[in-house]
Design a protein around this ligand. Structure first.
Ligand SMILES: Nc1ccn([C@@H]2O[C@H](COP(=O)(O)OP(=O)(O)OP(=O)(O)O)[C@@H](O)[C@H]2O)c(=O)n1
Ligand SMILES: O=P(O)(O)OC[C@@H](O)[C@@H](O)[C@@H](O)CO
Length: 445
């Protein structure tokens, strides 16, 4: 069993969250357990998680095992780890990876600052990988800070969209019933073919469900089941709940899961996961502008136009920028009126680089310049504005996607409104698409 970097599998420690949120998240997380636990009449147990991540992803059809395939330049497994790390009452997260991917996994833990992670060798099947993870929790191994939990969550490393709510529900149900698992309605009807590939019978879809993840077990229940498990089940089985029933005689409590619990299996699932992640981090934008009359006016007009494109538009003159960054806004518009200088934008970029906000997700920054660019020789004006290409190349190394937008100003009010509307559309497209191919580009509204 290997731990990640020093402190990798230390005591429960929230994962890579920004300072301001860590407290908030942990408080929310702890209070949700205490609230939920109180309602369910149970106390908070010691909880650990096992993530099988030792597969080859054959159905994905690419050389890279799907758990390491990038989404927005970050490996899929990192999103799942992040989701579990948001839950402060999960004490340890044991990830089963193949020996050949051990260094890759350690690099991911290091780069994305994952905490509470311990690594074990995967097995040749998913059940064997899970079993190895459980052994790491069961046995007091020398120099290992892992200890046996009361409840263990088992969750596929390729299911990134798991929320605290369903984790809380399966753990609470496992405390009471010994085992629990998330289920979803079937999308297609299940049929049973005959030996000659004809329809033998079909199952009534309404009476059946798809077994998803997360699942949770009293540790002794599932560990006992794996210890008694036949080689056939270890080799060909796909259902942990079945092992708990067959070997520990425990009937798992089934809980309804959300639609986002699906497993990334085929390439289309990766595209779907990327669009969900893009949508989640594109919900809000922060408009940074000075309160000088001119700037405030066009900034407010732009704000109004942006509200027709994006759900949440915050405006700041800069004082509360640090808090906005801590609240994990990933999209910024810096308004510059009658100047092609980048001082304001540079100040914002410096704050973003210091904040580590862009470690987990690409941060979009659009430097908007309201410029009377017809009255000054084009070359002279453009020379300064074209600096954006150099800035963009530099900040891309920190996962910040910088592009520029020119809006002719001043101009007759109606034309200005049209430019602002076009500008808002361009800004929304840059935020929603997060295409790193557009960094350093200067767009004109
Ligand atoms: N020997 C294995 C096989 C699978 N898994 C993990 O179990 C989860 C769900 O399995 P699945 O979706 O089948 O992954 P793969 O086996 O990689 O996919 P495929 O069947 O397409 O090869 C994945 O996180 C996978 O990495 C594992 O830990 N050890
Ligand atoms: O069968 P696969 O190896 O593709 O994935 C494992 C899934 O079967 C499993 O995650 C759920 O069905 C719940 O047990």
């Amino acid at each position: 069993m290997e731990s990640g970097p020093p402190g990798g599998s230390g005591p429960a420690e929230p994962g890579p969250r920004l300072r301001g949120l860590r407290g908030a998240d942990a408080t929310a997380s702890a209070s949700s357990w205490s609230r939920f636990g109180a309602e369910a009449g149970c106390r908070a147990p010691a909880v650990a998680a096992v993530l099988p991540a030792g597969g080859s992803g054959e159905r994905m059809g690419v050389p890279t095992p799907k758990q390491f395939c990038p989404i927005l330049e970050r490996p899929l497994i990192s999103y799942t780890l992040q989701a579990l790390e948001r839950v402060s009452w999960i004490r340890d997260i044991v990830v089963a990876v193949t020996g050949e991917n051990m260094e890759t996994m350690k690099g991911i833990i290091q780069r994305y600052r994952h905490k509470r992670i311990s690594l074990v060798e995967a097995g040749v099947t998913r059940h064997r990988s899970i079993f190895n993870g459980l052994k790491a929790l069961a046995e007091d191994q020398p120099n290992c800070r892992l200890s046996k939990p009361e409840v263990v969550i088992i969750h596929d490393a390729v299911r990134p969209f798991v929320e605290e709510d369903v984790l809380l529900r399966v753990v609470t149900a496992a405390q009471e019933h010994g085992a629990s698992g998330a289920i979803r309605p079937l999308v297609s009807t299940v049929i049973s073919p005959s030996a000659d590939s004809c329809l033998d019978h079909s199952l009534e879809r309404a009476k059946h469900r798809a077994s998803e993840m997360p699942q949770a077990f009293l540790f002794d229940v599932i560990y006992e089941a794996y210890q008694q498990c036949s080689d056939y089940d270890l080799e060909f089985g796909t259902e942990c709940l079945h092992l708990a029933l067959k070997y520990s005689h425990i009937k798992a409590k089934l809980v309804e899961g959300s639609p986002d619990l699906w497993k990334v299996t085929y390439k289309r699932d990766l595209y779907a996961a990327e669009s969900i992640i893009k949508e989640r981090i594109s919900q809000q934008v922060c408009v940074v502008m000075d309160t000088k009359e001119n700037e405030e006016h066009v900034g407010r007009c732009l704000e109004e136009m942006l509200k027709t494109e994006l759900n949440h538009v915050k405006v700041t003159s800069g004082q509360d920028l640090q808090q906005i960054i801590l609240e994990q806004c990933y999209n910024f518009v810096c308004v510059n009126v009658m100047t092609s200088d980048f001082e304001e934008t540079q100040r914002l970029l410096n704050m973003l680089e210091e904040s580590n906000l862009s470690i987990l997700y690409p941060v979009v920054v659009i430097s908007v310049h309201f410029l009377d660019y017809e009255s000054v020789p084009f070359g002279q004006r453009m020379e300064k504005v074209m600096q954006i290409r150099e800035f963009a190349k530099e900040v891309k190394k920190r996962n910040i996607l910088l592009s520029g937008l020119l809006i002719y100003f001043p101009q007759e009010e109606q034309k200005l409104q049209e430019s602002l509307r076009q500008g808002a559309t361009i800004i929304a497209a840059l935020i929603k698409d997060r295409n790193s191919g557009l960094i350093g580009q200067l767009l004109v509204a």
